[in-house]
Design a protein around this ligand. Structure first.
Ligand SMILES: Cc1cc2nc3c(=O)[nH]c(=O)nc-3n(C[C@H](O)[C@H](O)[C@H](O)COP(=O)(O)O)c2cc1C
Length: 306
């Protein structure tokens, strides 16, 4: 059986190598939305789901894992930002995902940043993202998802603050996060509180310990029994800032942290400088790999020492 799966995966790699130059002819954001539409179509009926499963899915009980009381069929998850409006949940299990983090969702409808906002950086093995939290807003998305049966898929609800104005207002910002939590109180398996979107007009105000303290206090008031809450950290912080945020998370009984959000080019040396296509945005992929992995390793060491 493993031989057949190996062969299948090898063929998929070949198909990807052939398809990649064609996909790269498309504008990146247009490619993102076209593939999402294909996913919606494939997830719309049992036949295409079974066919997709044949090509991509893999089941083995050794992959079953329980984290913070949530049972995952495997630990492979789709990170936030691909499915910003939560439209693809019926196809993820057939692709093989054990979990998908949907969003980021914001309290208000959020158009995101104007202009071109996704740029390929192939030499750096990265993509520069300037989306700015575009999504249909927590009310509309939760109304659509409220009766959806996610089956074997575990679902994370990623909440961020609406990116609508450069002015920061602490109380309104906190209410924005908790509105999303309330809208999704009966939907999903865990929450992620995203305090680290690098593409907002008012920056990342919740790095400030006082503001973070107020946010996490409110988040706890909106906690749903049995639903872990994680906080998503930025990639570009000083270690002392990471320590302060993690201490606050521990103090407020958060269940963990998500490592990490995108890397801002100005704090990063791990990309091909001449390739940077735009003066705004932040990078995923290889420039971030070492940073997020080191933070992860450090968190394991700290856990073992404590
Ligand atoms: C196109 C794109 C959009 C993203 N949007 C979000 C988002 O809305 N919320 C969020 O928390 N992270 C977002 N991210 C960050 C990812 O969830 C992830 O943390 C980051 O890409 C690092 O992982 P990677 O290097 O494997 O891509 C986005 C990433 C990409 C590439």
């Amino acid at each position: 059986m493993s031989y057949i799966i190996g062969l299948r995966n090898f063929l998929l790699k070949v198909v990807y190598r052939v398809a990649r130059p064609i996909i790269f002819l498309m504008d990146p954001e247009a490619a993102h939305y076209r593939f999402k539409r294909v996913g919606v179509l494939l997830g719309s009926n049992a036949f295409t789901k079974a066919l997709t499963s044949l090509f991509f899915n893999y089941e083995h009980k050794s992959l079953n894992i329980t984290v913070d009381g949530v049972k995952y069929r495997n630990p492979v998850g789709l990170s936030a930002g691909f499915d910003k409006d939560g439209e693809l949940t019926s196809i993820y299990p057939s692709i093989g995902f054990g979990l998908a983090e949907l969003g980021s969702f914001t309290g208000e409808v959020c158009p995101g940043n104007p202009g071109k906002r996704l740029f390929r950086m192939p030499k750096s093995k990265s993509i520069l993202v300037w989306y700015g939290l575009n999504n249909q807003g927590a009310e509309k998305i939760s109304a659509r998802l409220k009766d959806v049966d996610f089956g074997s898929l575990r679902v994370g609800i990623n909440a961020a603050k609406s990116n609508l104005t450069p002015e920061f207002n602490l109380q309104e910002s906190i209410e924005d996060y908790t509105k999303t939590m309330d809208c999704f109180k009966d939907i999903g398996d865990y929450y992620t509180i995203n305090i680290s979107c690098p593409n907002t007009q008012d920056g990342e105000p919740f790095v400030n310990p006082e503001y973070l303290n107020a946010l996490l206090t409110a988040v706890n008031e909106h906690r749903v029994e049995g639903r872990p809450i994680y906080v998503k950290l930025a990639a570009d912080m000083e270690l002392s800032e990471v320590d302060a945020i993690v201490d606050a998370c521990v103090e407020h009984g958060m269940d963990g942290v998500v490592l990490t959000n995108l890397a801002k080019p100005k704090y990063n040396e791990e990309y091909v400088k001449e390739e940077l296509p735009f003066h705004k945005g932040a990078m995923s992929g290889l420039p971030l790999n070492r940073i997020s992995t080191s933070l992860f390793v450090m968190s394991i060491v700290a856990q073992e020492e404590s």
